[in-house]
Design a protein around this ligand. Structure first.
Ligand code: CA
Ligand code: CA
Ligand code: CA
Ligand code: CA
Length: 590
């Protein structure tokens, strides 16, 4: 893969054409496609995943729109295209989680509504920390009405603005410019945004939302003191029991989001920590359940799952509505403002301490303080893989191995643990292991990271049963990522992962699922290799947390969800964004 040449050149024009309104043109140049494994690939691009359709390369452009002018419409224009000779057989996608089976078929047998991806217009406008960002998927390879294949080396994104509708320029907090700059393809319009001037000296870094139970606790005071003295982070504690009664909203979760929104607008915090659990019908901390619907494989059968997924994502993404149609399904594709999609670019990096008592809170705060010693930790990782489905010969360890080194499976490159890490493995494919084995190895090796793929539920994860778990005696707490099902369903009293985080030893922070993880249930693992959507999210996360946002776990978690937005047309992507939640202090970083 290394010797393939590729490039993106982004050229940009912004003109006022009399009588035509304002037009923004961006040009993207693509390197030549190569044929690999019965499909076209362009290095640096992702691959499409439409079930039953051939796999083709695509790129999601992230275009910063100027702060002024009302968006009217966009076009994606092909300059010129040249015909390509496809491989004799083409690989057909089985979707993100292996719906049906990925197969090879002769080009002549393609069952397509042609043309395919020639005129596709697939975009969203999202708001991110005040900036307006156009996300548009571009397909340089397409199939025309005669089933001929073409490649367009240059695509132009043409954005039309209605000049009669010019509104006041939008503004951003000065401290957010860097995050926006890092997200977008180019920065030409960054200067069109005004710096928010309304901020007073009252601005702060870290919002802690809690309840009567903890507002004045010694533990919480210990945390805020630590954040200020050791981390130079200013914080503000808000007690929802005092604030919610005066707030607007259809329920407590919406009231809380409105409160967080107003704090963000007025004081520009970057982090949000929810201190309090959400058990049962009358939770300490309000919880939003977001809707998604997927086909899943359980007990030997495919079935549709409609789930209302507990998700703190709702409290971090602060633009617009999350239930435009007012039904009981929050987070549907049309539930954003004016029936657009909801906000996926979060303003705040969010974490939760799912605690009920001050004892639990204090233990977690002590682990949090210990976790900031990241530079001095040995680079050790434990990878845990279980048998997934015997009838499909699917093993978690095979997927954990994709977190090692540079991997280009499923059409995107992820950079996992490199050779500077000591890797310890418990793989059921090689040898049966128990929860006790996992604990023993953690206590012996004191890893900084633990990654897991295996069957779980609310009372069992890492092969450890909740009712027997009494904590661990590891010297330093570790970071834990599990793709298992339901193990972090914090609406239960309490899920196994909650127990792991608020008891002594074990992890200082966890990313795990409040619903079913979407696994690699592909009947032909080894030939077509669809990794499962939770695995895609896991790989995006590892790539970020080991490279772009080194050991900045909360930020890398947020970034992994921005990465998987490329596939948001699929309910599976929506599902894993809602389901993967972060327990712990969102600001932990070296
Ligand atoms: Ca946003
Ligand atoms: Ca709805
Ligand atoms: Ca709970
Ligand atoms: Ca609880």
């Amino acid at each position: 893969m290394q010797n393939k040449k590729w490039m993106f050149l982004i050229l940009m024009l912004f003109t006022v054409m009399p009588g035509y309104g304002e037009i923004l043109v961006k040009e993207y140049d693509f390197g030549d496609p190569v044929i690999l494994d019965f499909r076209f690939e362009i290095e640096g691009l992702q691959q499409t995943a439409d079930p039953g359709k051939p796999i083709l390369p695509f790129k999601q452009a992230r275009i910063l729109l100027p702060s002024h002018g009302e968006f009217a419409h966009i076009e994606v224009v092909r300059d010129e295209s040249r015909r390509m000779v496809p491989p004799g057989q083409l690989e057909i996608s089985s979707g993100l989680i292996g719906q049906g089976s990925g197969t090879l078929i002769p080009v002549a047998d393609l069952d397509l509504d042609v043309p395919y991806l020639q005129h596709e217009l697939d975009y969203k406008i999202q708001k991110y920390k005040g900036a307006r960002i156009l996300l548009v998927n571009m397909y340089p390879v397409y199939i025309d009405q005669h089933k001929d294949f073409y490649f367009s080396p240059r695509l132009k994104v043409v954005v039309h603005f209605d000049v009669s509708e010019i509104k006041n320029s939008a503004s951003m907090h000065a401290r957010d410019f860097e995050d926006v700059r890092a997200f977008i393809d180019d920065t030409d319009f960054l200067t069109t945004y005004q710096v928010e001037k309304n901020l007073t000296q009252k601005s702060y870094d870290y919002l802690i939302v809690t309840t009567n139970a903890f507002e004045n606790s010694k533990s919480l005071k210990k945390l805020t003191t630590f954040l200020l003295q050791e981390r130079k982070l200013t914080s503000k504690v808000i007690n929802i029991n005092k604030e919610l009664p005066r707030l607007e909203g259809v329920d407590n979760a919406q009231k809380l989001r409105n409160l967080i929104k107003s704090e963000y607008q007025n004081y520009a915090p970057r982090f949000l920590l929810l201190v309090g659990d959400s058990d049962g019908a009358s939770p300490l901390m309000p919880v939003r359940k977001l809707f998604a619907s997927v086909r899943g494989y359980i007990g030997g059968n495919w079935k549709i799952y409609n789930e209302y997924i507990p998700s703190d994502f709702y409290y971090g993404c602060l633009d617009g509505d999350f239930n435009y149609d007012g039904d009981n399904r929050w987070g549907e594709p049309g539930d954003g403002d004016q029936g657009a999609d909801v906000d996926f670019l979060c303003e705040l990096t969010v974490g939760r301490f799912p605690v009920d008592s001050e004892t639990q809170l204090d233990i977690l705060i002590e682990k949090t303080k210990a976790a900031y010693n990241l530079e001095n930790r040995q680079k050790k990782v434990l990878m845990l893989g279980e048998l997934l489905f015997k009838e499909m010969d699917l093993w978690g360890g095979d997927y954990m191995n994709q977190l090692l080194g540079t991997v280009d499976d499923h059409g995107f490159v992820s950079r996992g643990y490199d050779s500077t890490w000591d890797v310890f493995k418990l793989y059921e494919k090689e040898k049966d292991w128990s929860g006790k084995d996992a604990i023993n190895l953690i206590e012996k090796e004191n890893p900084l990271m633990v990654n897991h793929l295996g069957h779980s539920n609310e009372t069992m994860n890492m092969k450890i049963a909740s009712f027997t778990y009494r904590g661990m005696n590891n010297i330093d707490p570790y970071f834990y990522y599990s793709q298992g099902c339901l193990a972090a369903n914090f609406t239960k009293n309490d899920s196994i992962i909650e127990k792991m985080i608020y008891t002594k030893g074990g992890p200082f922070a966890v990313i795990a699922n409040s619903t079913y993880g979407l696994g690699p249930e592909d009947p032909e693992f080894g030939s077509v290799k669809y990794p499962g959507t939770s695995q895609i999210l896991h790989r995006y996360f590892m790539d970020r947390v080991l490279n772009d946002q080194y050991l900045f776990f909360g930020k890398a978690h947020q970034g992994s969800k921005e990465d998987i937005l490329r596939y948001i047309a699929f309910q599976e992507a929506r599902w894993v964004i809602w389901g993967a939640n972060y327990f712990g202090d969102p600001s932990i970083a070296p």
